[in-house]
Each structure stands twice: as C-alpha cells, then as structure tokens.
Design a protein around this ligand. Structure first.
Ligand code: UDP
Length: 236
C-alpha cells in the first residue's frame, strides 16, 4: 500500500534541463515520466506542478529591463510549455494526463477548478497544474502549496536535486548535516532556503506536510511512496 493516497508533486523547471544549459532534456523528462508512471500504477492520485526556470524567470527578466508583470506572465507561459512536455512524455508511456491552466488558454489545457482536478484524479488521470497561481509576483512553489491545499493532498512532495534539507547548503559546505524531520518554524529561525516564505507559510497555516527528496535519482519517487525515509519531512 502506498504511504499517501493523493500527492502534489512539485518538480523544478531547472531539473528538466538535465545536462543542458537551457530548455528541456528529453532523457530527464522520460526519467521523470517513468517514475510518475510507477506511482500512478500503485493507484496514487497525482497532481503535479512544474516550474519554468529552465525557460524564463520574471525576476531575472526584470533585471534585464522587462516589465515585471509581463516577465512573470512569460514565466507562467514557460510552466505551460514544461507541463505540455511532461504530459506528452507521460502519454507516450500510456499514462492519462490532464493539463489544467490557471489562465484560460483552451484548447491547450482546461481552465483549472478544484472540482475538475479532483474528478480527473479520481478517474485515474495525472493532473498537471500549469501557469502557477495565474498571478504575477508568485512562484510555482506557491502555486504548488495552493494547489496541494486545494486538492486536499496528503503531502507536497518537493522533488529537488539534493536528498533533503541540510543545516547549510551541502554543495557549498561539506560539514552540513541532513534533517530527517524539521518544523516550518525551524526553517524560518534557521533561515533555510527550502521554498519561498509565502509557499512555506501557506503549507504551515494549512497543515500541508512537505517532503523534500532527490527526484533526479531514478526510483526515488516510488521509495517515498513505499515509506522509505530518503528525504526530509517538514511539518508543524
Ligand atoms: N510565475 C508567476 N506566478 C506564479 C508562478 C510563476 O509569475 O504563480 C512566474 C515567475 O516569473 C517565475 C516563473 O514564472 O519566475 C517561473 O516559475 P518558477 O517557480 O519556476 O520560478 P523560479 O522560482 O525558478 O524563479
């Protein structure tokens, strides 16, 4: 039996680049799709939010002279591109998906509503929630907290390229140690950069646990669903 019945999986846009400097690496995409299929086959209801940083970021765009709101809208469109890519990769291996958009753009995807999402997940579709929150000045981390809470997910699984939350950045500080569990409050007091604070606060206030794990190791998503403690659990 899978540990969770309904999950919100957050994937970063940058991870999709694989070894490339920009865009989408077909191999990484296929790896993700296979891992998602594995847990979908276990009967887990899956909602996914994917970032857009591999294509465009509103804030960096603004520093290059783009209007911030238009830049953020470009960033949201980037998440739609990634969502379509993931939907296509999942479709290729026989997984039914529904791309829902936070901004109306039929026929690319259906306009998101909580009920449309739940109905689709209950019918066995993997739902991909694209265009973030639909509003500028937010991130897809906040989009994931929002969707995770709305769809009443048991957990938000944050797939990253590190295997959890450390006392310091393990890529910079070799003495950093990993937490198996941590509270939201400790994230604030230690100043740890797990997600942006808006996203963390939403999870805290609505009691949505976050599980941070390394999604770039093939098979890890299934391990999380099997209850193996390979990452860090954030809770109240
Ligand atoms: N974005 C937005 N509103 C949202 C979600 C995303 O404006 O609700 C934009 C924002 O410009 C962001 C970009 O989309 O930089 C890509 O999203 P992601 O969360 O990947 O951005 P990152 O955290 O990498 O900047």
């Amino acid at each position: 039996m899978a540990k969770y019945k309904r999950i919100l999986l957050k994937l970063s846009g940058e991870s999709l680049m694989g070894k490339q400097k920009f865009g989408i690496d077909a191999e990484r995409l296929a790896d993700y799709a296979r891992q998602i299929k594995e847990v979908s086959d276990m009967g887990v209801q899956i909602g996914i939010v994917i970032g857009g940083g591999n294509i465009f970021r509103g804030l960096s765009g603004a520093s290059e002279g783009f209007d911030r709101v238009k830049g953020d809208q470009m960033g949201m469109c980037a998440t739609v591109i990634n969502s379509l890519a993931l939907s296509s990769a999942l479709g290729a291996i026989g997984v039914k998906t529904k791309v829902l958009t936070a901004i109306r753009m039929e026929p690319i995807g259906e306009f998101y509503t909580k009920w449309r999402a739940i109905e689709a997940m209950e019918a066995g579709y993997v739902c991909i929630f694209s265009a973030g929150t639909g509003s500028p000045y937010f991130t897809t981390d906040t989009g994931s907290s929002l969707r995770g809470i709305e769809i009443e997910a048991d957990v938000m699984l944050k797939g990253t390229r590190v295997d959890g939350i450390y006392t310091a950045d393990p890529e910079k500080d070799p003495s950093a140690t990993k937490f198996n569990e941590i509270t939201y409050d400790e994230i604030y007091t230690r100043g740890l950069k797990v997600m942006d604070l808006t996203a963390t606060t939403m999870c805290k206030e609505n009691n949505l646990p976050i599980y941070v794990f390394n999604m770039d190791v093939v098979g890890n998503l299934k391990k999380v669903m099997d209850g193996e403690e390979i990452g860090t659990l954030v809770h109240n």
